[in-house]
Ligand binder design. Structure first.
Ligand SMILES: Nc1ncnc2c1ncn2[C@@H]1O[C@H](COP(=O)(O)OP(=O)(O)OP(=O)(O)O)[C@@H](O)[C@H]1O
Length: 553
């Protein structure tokens, strides 16, 4: 049995529901159930399996006025197998209903003459293009470099050739950074593919954040676009869909017009959203959506002698032997393992950020941002000796000695200090996860610069106006989602925080690195991470397979 950790939120909810229950149920069992469901929800689980609940007497719970069956309006919902907080049960139910409406095929659009002039394409990529023709809902999952952008650009070309108005094709991603990457990737791909100019030039290349697409209203849960005011779109394409939590996914589905196509791109093996619910992974398993999904398998970016690609493959397949063989083999020089506890070395920082130090000393902003991505330290933890909260001050100390001194910089600021925004600030258009770098402006005043809209464009924010933020030399693996770095220094601590470290976390960390990966961990830690997988977060599969959505009359 999993014993929930005592957390003030769980305690508070348990106390509240106990008072509302007013003695109908056995208090100890009710509190144990509420704390368990609340704790699992905080962990990102939407439907908490009853099999793991620390409840000894279920009988008395059924008489509680705070517990209801599916379809009832009660704080806690119980089925024969799972328990939900009402809000999440409702999201799951609404989302399942939307998805079901999008499963039946629509008449395919007519086939144009593009095929013959395109370059190489795998069978699975072609299958995705074919599916897109008569599907209102399509999932394309694949690891880095498997051709998701190539495939979706081809789909866009077909749609446009068949008469879809490009202005009614909307592109979005969960974060500003991911949206920017999406538009850059589509621009590059449409140039690379040998498409007729009249089609290629009309492929849209503007992507927004999902919040902006849906019409965020400050301080409200809902959005401007919803079922009664749907998006002005015939096609909606969303990248990095593994980062979308259940609430945002439900709002997205509800805002897409019934006849419009929705295409989700992502990597099912990556970590789920930081918020509640690994919805994308749940949608990528089971049979219900088998006809609406393509999982691309081959990475065209990694070559056979590329250790990072081999490691990613070993992790996906949970092949510990292969994982360790790759790390041990001198043939894969791009990946190294250091098992010594004193492995963290300032030389790594000095070498890894050499170009960064040079760029801050005299390069342009673009060069600074590019050089900053040469190295990143990733760890699963926030707290503890090897968590970001301890690593960042240590790196701060090393880097401040290397970076140029800037007169007038007030602590903790210094030229070259990278920060990550940790709270959305809609007014300033800054979002959780955005990275900025402190650099002097034309007048010599230190400002925090953020990439803005187009590649190569930056905007400055005064330090005092910055929303909550933290130094970003080291970041958690969760926060690194959607970013890639030339080299990654991955630190996997031992010890009591290990439950955090699972296969998806390891896979996400490894696939952030493009050219080099240095891992500080023991083999035992790596093996344990490989064996630990996150179970489904929701009962979406069951709902999608059921003839009727539970809770409906
Ligand atoms: N079928 C194919 N045959 C050969 N090369 C391919 C094929 N499909 C894609 N590629 C190449 O692989 C590279 C990666 O493709 P693409 O950018 O579409 O992948 P992706 O899945 O979108 O990557 P990421 O997740 O990193 O954004 C590109 O250089 C592309 O030209």
């Amino acid at each position: 049995m999993i014993q929930p950790l005592p957390h003030p939120l769980d305690e508070h909810l348990a106390g509240l529901l106990s008072r509302l229950d007013a003695g109908h149920a056995d208090a100890r069992n009710l509190q144990a159930l509420v704390k368990y469901v609340s704790a699992r929800t905080r962990d990102g689980v939407i439907a908490a399996p009853l099999a793991d609940a620390p409840v000894t007497d279920w009988e008395s719970l059924h008489s509680s006025p705070v517990i209801g069956q599916e379809g009832e309006y009660k704080p806690l919902i119980l089925s024969a197998t799972h328990a939900w907080l009402y809000r999440y049960w409702l999201y799951e139910e609404r989302l399942a209903r939307c998805i079901k409406e999008k499963i039946p095929p629509i008449p395919p659009f007519s086939k144009g003459g593009i095929e013959s002039v395109e370059g190489e394409v795998s069978d699975l990529q072609q299958q995705a293009v074919e599916l897109a023709k008569d599907s209102r809902f399509l999932i394309i999952s694949g690891g880095p470099g498997t051709g998701k952008t190539t495939t979706v650009t081809r789909i866009l070309a077909h749609l446009i050739e068949a008469g879809t108005n490009p202005a009614r094709i909307l592109l979005a991603a969960p974060t500003g950074k991911a949206a920017m990457r999406m538009q850059e990737a589509i621009r590059e791909t449409r140039q690379r593919l040998a498409l007729p100019e009249e089609v290629s030039s009309r492929i849209p290349d503007q992507a927004s954040t999902l919040h902006r697409l849906l019409g965020y209203i400050p301080n409200r849960v809902g959005f401007r676009h919803h079922a009664d005011n749907p998006l002005p779109a015939d096609v909606v394409i969303v990248d990095e869909a593994s980062m979308i939590d259940i609430s945002l996914m439900t709002h997205l589905f509800e805002a897409v017009p019934p006849d419009a196509r929705l295409i989700l791109l992502g990597d099912k093996d990556q970590l789920a959203s930081v918020e509640t619910g690994s919805i994308f992974r749940d949608l990528c398993s089971g049979d219900a959506l088998a006809g609406n999904r393509v999982v691309l398998q081959t990475s065209y970016r990694f070559v056979a002698e590329d250790g990072i690609g081999q490691l990613a493959q070993a992790i996906r397949r949970a092949d510990e032997g292969h994982l360790l063989a790759v790390l041990d083999s001198p043939a894969y020089s791009d990946v190294t393992l250091d098992e010594s506890p004193a492995g963290l070395d300032t030389d790594w920082l000095r070498n890894g950020w050499r170009d960064y130090v040079a760029a801050v000393s005299g390069g342009g902003r673009e060069a600074v941002f590019r050089a900053f991505n040469a190295l990143r330290i990733l760890t699963p933890l926030r707290k503890g000796r090897l968590g970001v909260e301890s690593l960042n001050p240590w790196v701060d100390g090393v880097m401040q000695r290397l970076l140029p001194v800037h007169d007038g910089a007030q602590k903790p600021w210094y030229a070259g200090r990278p920060v990550m925004v940790t709270q959305n600030d809609y007014r300033q258009n800054l979002f959780n996860g955005d990275i900025g770098i402190a650099l002097p402006d034309e007048n010599g005043a230190l400002r925090i610069w953020f990439p803005a809209g187009e590649a190569g464009q930056y905007r400055a924010i005064a330090p005092i106006r910055l929303p909550a933020h933290e130094t970003a030399w080291a970041m958690t693996i969760h926060k690194s989602q959607g970013s890639e770095f030339s080299r990654v220094l991955l630190i996997l601590p031992e010890g009591e925080d290990l439950p955090l470290l699972g296969r998806e976390l390891l896979y996400t960390a490894v696939t952030r690195a493009k050219q080099g990966l240095h891992i500080l961990a023991t083999r035992a830690t790596l093996g344990r991470a490989l064996r630990q997988v996150t179970p489904p977060a929701s009962c979406l599969q069951e709902r999608l397979q059921a003839d009727k959505t539970p809770g409906q009359a």
